[in-house]
Design a protein around this ligand. Structure first.
Ligand code: TNX
Length: 419
């Protein structure tokens, strides 16, 4: 949601924890909210209304979000992004009222968070990145700074340690996790070749330690354990792995989040499943399997909100396995009608992803985020009946002024009439 249309709520409707009422008369603003989150969002709206430092117009707005989870994922494993870059991304999320920053902290190409009990993860696994580019990792203090910066903006950090596949960097740092097999750091972009050993006790001692440290650093209630594209883990091993990893999350008092593949395993109550693969019916089946188990879903359809996809054939960066994703693709869809038998109640929220195989700098990331992140933010915030592409197009065009002032790299999609 960029600039909300006035009076989104009827008179009897409650504001809820993130809602607010904002009244501006003659340049003076009055804010009502039940809590800090609502007040913060009222301020963001006020800021958007005063674009360019002008006086905000007279408005009366009563507003609250459609979905509780409004997220964006940043892949800091394929390429590393330092604390300042991540905080700038947090600022962007906050401006558009997103409330979850999902950090993809480990993958085949790198491990990005220092773990005291397994120091070689970051020391060794932190050195590599795609294409032989410089790696890097967050010290635990760095990570705490990100968490704090995000919390001040009503944003929860959800850390992801991707397992049992996407683990080459860890296996390389600790060959004993790979039955002693030594290997070189991986700098390519293939997926699905690595796996933790689902039957080794050491695997679970390792993950127990890692998840304990990550949980201790993370005030939010969620731990993301990945679970995607484990192409070199047999289904039998995958199920054995899921059965043993879930208690390691639960014992930390956290709720498990995983990519849609985890729904092929029995899930503990309260689990959250992230739907992504729009390239086959299997994604839909897994989403339904998740709901049948009582899990709730985060909707991240690849052909809508994978912001690492190219806008069109002329986009210099990005991938295209899910097709091209233009601004209108990101905007014009309804999370509650995307998958048969997965309705509003089953959906916890919506999350954009930014995988960074081809993205090396913050400018690269911003060019993929904007303007599409605004579209995803509005899908997550605004009720379907109140969303309209033409109206959005006009409002998003006006954001260019903010991006120019702040030096934000954005893509001048031909679908928008830029000023
Ligand atoms: C699929 S989506 C992946 C990632 C890649 C991404 C590239 C998902 C859960 N896994 O490993 O980076 O595609 O778009």
């Amino acid at each position: 949601m960029i600039i909300p249309a006035p009076a989104a709520l009827g008179p009897g409707e409650e504001l809820g924890p993130e809602g607010y009422r904002l009244e501006v008369r003659g340049g003076r603003a009055r804010i009502d909210a039940e809590g800090d989150a609502g007040r913060f969002y009222a301020e963001q709206t006020l800021r958007a209304l005063s674009l360019g430092g002008g006086t905000p117009p007279d408005v009366t707005i009563a507003d609250r979000p459609r979905f509780a989870w409004r997220g964006a994922m940043l892949d800091v494993a394929r390429h590393f992004f330092g604390v300042d870059d991540v905080c700038r991304v947090v600022d962007h999320l906050a401006a558009y009222k997103l409330n979850v920053l999902h950090l993809h902290l480990s993958d085949d190409q790198g491990w990005r968070l220092a773990i005291d009990r397994w120091p070689r993860l970051a020391e060794h696994g932190g050195r590599s990145a795609v294409g032989g580019d410089p790696g890097g990792f967050y010290t635990q203090d760095d990570y705490r700074r990100i968490v704090r910066y995000a919390a001040e903006r009503n944003i929860t950090v959800v850390p992801e340690i991707d397992t049992p596949g996407h683990t080459h960097a860890a296996l390389c740092a600790y060959p004993e996790l790979a039955s002693g097999r030594r290997s070189e750091p991986y700098t390519g972009v293939e997926v699905g070749f690595s796996s933790l050993d689902a039957h080794a006790d050491l695997t679970y001692r390792f993950l127990g330690d890692v998840l304990a440290e990550v949980a201790a650093l993370t005030p939010g209630e969620f731990l993301h354990i990945g679970g995607d594209e484990a192409h070199s883990t047999s289904m039998e091993d995958y199920l054995a792995f899921m059965a043993r990893v879930q208690p390691l999350v639960a014992v930390q008092g956290k709720r498990l989040v995983g990519w849609e593949e985890i729904a092929s395993a029995p899930l503990r109550t309260g689990s959250v499943v992230q739907y992504w693969n729009t390239m086959s019916e299997r994604g839909h089946d897994l989403a339904r399997a998740a709901v049948a188990q009582g899990a709730r879903l985060i909707m991240s359809p690849g052909d809508r909100v994978y912001l690492d996809m190219k806008y069109d054939a002329s986009t210099p960066l990005g991938l295209d396995w899910a097709g091209h994703v233009e601004v209108r693709d990101s905007y014009d869809w309804d999370p509650a009608t995307l998958v048969d038998a997965v309705g509003e109640d089953a959906i916890l929220g919506v999350e954009a992803t930014v995988w960074t195989e081809t993205l090396r700098t913050l400018r690269d990331v911003e060019a993929m985020l904007f303007p599409r992140l605004c579209a995803v933010a509005e899908v997550a915030w605004t009720p379907q009946a109140r969303r309209d592409w033409e109206d959005f197009r006009a409002r998003v065009a006006a954001q260019a002024a903010r991006w120019e002032t702040a030096g934000v790299a954005y893509t001048r999609s031909p679908q928008i009439d830029w000023p």
